[in-house]
Design a protein around this ligand. Structure first.
Ligand code: MIC
Ligand code: SF4
Length: 644
């Protein structure tokens, strides 16, 4: 067996381990972050349980920490009190980014982790099976329920050789993105193996598994070996370590080899993480902003390397350099070793230990600004500036660009010495900002501010679909297009208010139009190209459209987490039987299916959509498991769980 199969076997509660089969896994650990967490806990409350039932549940506050207005602070208080009430550990704002913290303090090889954030697979760096999902799936797992998924196809990524100077883990995952792209990887797990594995530290491995999210895979993971053991010992958690490697005769669906010695410094150019260029090809391009941090590259290793490069140098006059350490632990190490002084002296702007710029809530670049970032997503507009040109690069590349004011291939910069950072033997451990819940039964008042509303209730699926095409979009529409974050984040707990911004940057009239159709009793239909719903796990990209009366998404293809979220909120995901039919359906047209409910109930796999007079009907594929059919028929997972 490979590592993926070993972990699945230990956690399988339903189904057969044959590729493509519907399986259900027992979830040991869960994590939520505040932006998805408020809905997750509101939904958990709506399920009527008395306490969380999984081994470990942690609620992190790291996304909405900007606190303009009362909303974020109220949400934090809700999260802190609801965590205390139901037995969840609460990580206070300022402690750091959920994925970095979970790796440091809680990750355990061989365990399953379900997180309401798409970058949960960061935990794969420590040998966990860590999967991103919508908040309601995490709520179910906190209640002791299983997580349903398709038995993945396991792809082995063989690593050979060793990284050369100036090349780091970010360049490896950018190479992987170049090979696999952001499309067509649904249902796969990437399992890293080979002699190159032992040359990578846990934080480097975590950078690689983190950005597996951009490939659209179910998760990515590394084996657990002596390197893992050393990391856990340094975190004071060696007792949780276990060895976990693939059997010598393990089988894989596909194999790709990457020779680490041949990887060169790379960048993901605007506006997609798979738009890969070599640094050499960008040499000399002027840079306006450099931002170092995010859950991908904010570890001690990364920031120490940056501090070494910046030491004794000053940021280029045109460049604004911001640095956000991933956790308090990282910040404390930088402070202890004098690196903070080096960063400050260089002119870097120290940012909070939080998601910050990565989610677009601050540090938007200027008009047409070229911004180099060590984060994982460069979707158009995500930075908060529509014309911003965001490039994703390694911390080393970013630091050199901050000084030089232009892109430089670090290998051609003789004035700089390549930093080598050794992982420490002991990390400073300080869990003061992790608040443990009181004993079960202790009375706790849950605080709810005026911005927090109960999740909207959906009606069961109608018998007939009478829909209007509310919007027609193209390929690679991300959840950032559907449900903008950034300045709109503060409405995450207020669905009616947040719904006013659905597709804001694509078609500002969408929300009003869809709401009017809903009020007239007409269903809304979204038509899309391929890879619809790429990116984040935010269930608001399904929940708010549900609130606006969307009943169906008809696309060439839909990404995994978003597809699951649509189902969880009673929206039926359909794909074109013939992708060419995408051209035959237009915005504003009326399409219907009289036998909508009956086809789903009877297990049908195809739905015939009848359009305006004269149009040939469109055949749409309905690929749903029996459980998913029951969920959409009930009007979503909340109704489904409440009905038992
Ligand atoms: C993201 O990176 O897009 C986020 C913000 O972390 C999301 C979660 C969210 O929208 O709250 C994710 O990746 O799942
Ligand atoms: Fe936060 Fe960015 Fe990571 Fe999402 S990708 S969890 S916004 S740091």
């Amino acid at each position: 067996m490979n590592v993926t199969e070993k972990i699945i076997r230990e956690h399988l509660v339903e189904g057969q381990m044959t590729t493509g089969a519907d399986i259900a896994l027992r979830i040991d650990q869960t994590l939520t972050q505040d932006a998805t967490g408020t809905m997750a806990y509101l939904q958990f409350e709506a399920m009527g349980l008395d306490r969380v039932r999984n081994e470990l549940a942690v609620s992190y506050v790291d996304h909405n920490t900007i606190q303009v207005g009362f909303e974020n602070a109220d949400d934090h208080r809700y999260l802190q009190t609801v965590a205390a009430r139901y037995g969840v550990i609460f990580s206070r704002p300022g402690n750091g980014i959920c994925h970095q913290l979970h790796l440091e303090r809680f990750g355990i090889p061989g365990k399953t982790l379900l997180g309401s954030d798409s970058h949960t697979p960061t935990g794969g760096g420590i040998g966990m099976m860590a999967i991103g999902a919508g908040g309601i799936d995490v709520a179910v797992a906190m209640g002791g329920g299983a997580f349903h998924l398709t038995m993945p196809k396991v792809v082995r990524v063989m690593l050979t050789g060793r990284l050369k100077a100036w090349v780091s883990a970010k360049d490896v995952i950018l190479k992987v993105l170049e090979i696999f792209t952001t499309q067509g990887n649904v249902g796969c797990v990437l399992e890293y193996a080979g002699p190159g594995v032992k040359t990578l530290s846990v934080p480097e491995r975590a950078t690689i598994t983190n950005m597996g999210a951009e490939l659209g895979v179910t998760t990515s993971l590394f084996p657990s070996d002596e390197v893992t053991r050393r990391f856990m010992r340094a975190q004071g958690r060696e007792q949780d370590w276990r060895e976990l490697t693939a059997d010598a005769d393990a089988e894989y669906a596909r194999e790709v080899t990457i020779n680490l010695s041949k990887v060169e410094p790379l960048a993901a150019a605007p506006h997609s993480p798979d738009n890969i260029r070599t640094l050499a090809s960008l040499e000399g391009l002027a840079v306006d902003q450099v931002l170092i941090g995010s859950c991908t590259n904010s570890s001690y290793r990364d920031l120490k390397a940056v501090a070494r490069i910046l030491k004794g140098r000053v940021v280029h006059p045109r460049v604004s350099l911001g640095i956000a350490p991933g956790s308090r632990q990282v910040m404390m190490m930088l402070a202890k070793e004098g690196c903070l002084t080096d960063l400050l002296k260089s002119g870097a702007r120290l940012l909070e230990n939080a998601c910050g710029f990565c989610i677009g809530n601050s540090q938007s670049p200027g008009t047409d600004g070229v911004s180099l970032r060590t984060s994982n997503r460069n979707f158009e507009g995500r930075s908060g500036t529509r014309s911003g040109q965001i490039y994703l690069v390694s911390p080393e590349t970013a630091a050199i660009a901050a000084i030089e004011g232009v892109f430089r291939d670090p290998r051609r910069t003789p004035a700089y010495k390549a930093p080598r950072v050794r992982e420490p033997d002991v990390f400073p451990i300080d869990d003061a900002l992790l608040i443990r819940p009181p004993a079960a039964g202790t009375p706790v008042d849950i605080f709810r501010g005026p911005n927090i509303g109960a999740p909207p209730v959906n009606v069961p699926l109608p018998d007939a679909l009478r829909a209007v095409v509310a919007i027609k979009v193209g390929d690679k529409i991300t959840t950032d297009h559907i449900m903008p974050a950034g300045a709109r984040l503060k409405y995450r707990s207020n669905i009616p208010a947040y719904s006013a911004f659905v597709f804001e940057g694509v078609d500002a009239e969408f929300s009003k139009r869809a709401g009017t159709a809903r009020d007239r009793g007409v269903h809304n239909l979204i038509v899309a190209g391929s890879s619809y719903g790429q990116g984040s796990s935010r269930e608001h990209a399904a929940l708010c459209p549900m609130y606006l009366g969307v009943k169906v998404v008809l696309a060439k293809s839909i990404e995994r987490i978003h597809r699951a979220n649509l189902i969880n909120f009673g929206i039926v995901p359909l794909t074109f039987a013939d992708p060419a039919d995408y051209e035959r359906i237009g915005a504003g047209e009326d399409w219907r299916a009289d036998d909508f409910r009956r086809v789903i109930e009877s297990g049908g796999t195809e739905l015939c959509l009848v359009g305006p007079a004269g149009a040939t009907p469109i055949r749409a594929l309905l690929e749903l498991t029996a459980r998913q059919r029951a969920i959409v028929l009930s009007g979503g997972l909340l109704n489904f769980t409440r009905n038992g």
